[in-house]
Design a protein. Structure first.
Length: 131
């Protein structure tokens, strides 16, 4: 039986495996590597801070994901398919590694954050072009 997410080490396992999948993914990998040109040595610890705070409530993350994604969207339009693939990879990675209350919370938070980003970035563009 898989254990639940309990520590920073668990968060690091999740983040590292997830982003390994992201980098290898033909749809969203290029967004990270070619468009955003992510510095993985800086990004991975920051994402560990983000998810540690989101799941374990540590207060370890300071940042504004919305602004970063809006900036990225200007460089390359982010589409619904990008968010769907990100969601799929995240959910399957959590399920591969963990089971329990915190694992469920991680998936719920990921889907909620993705939906908010998508509504602010992707849907806003569509609604303003229809006005």
């Amino acid at each position: 039986m898989k254990k639940d997410i309990q520590s920073r080490r668990d968060i690091e396992r999740l983040v590292n495996l997830f982003y390994a999948k992201v980098k290898a993914d033909p749809l969203i990998g290029p967004v990270f590597t070619d468009i955003a040109r992510v510095n993985w040595e800086k990004h991975l610890p920051l994402m560990c801070d983000f998810w540690e705070n989101a799941i374990l409530f540590t207060g370890s993350y300071q940042g504004n994901p919305m602004d970063l994604h809006k900036h990225l969207h200007k460089a390359m339009p982010l589409l619904q398919q990008h968010f769907q693939q990100w969601n799929h990879l995240f959910i399957t990675t959590v399920d591969e590694l963990f089971s329990g209350e915190k694992a469920l919370l991680a998936k719920q938070r990921a889907l909620k954050i993705s939906a908010i980003l998508q509504s602010e970035i992707v849907d806003t563009k569509h609604s303003s072009s229809q006005s």
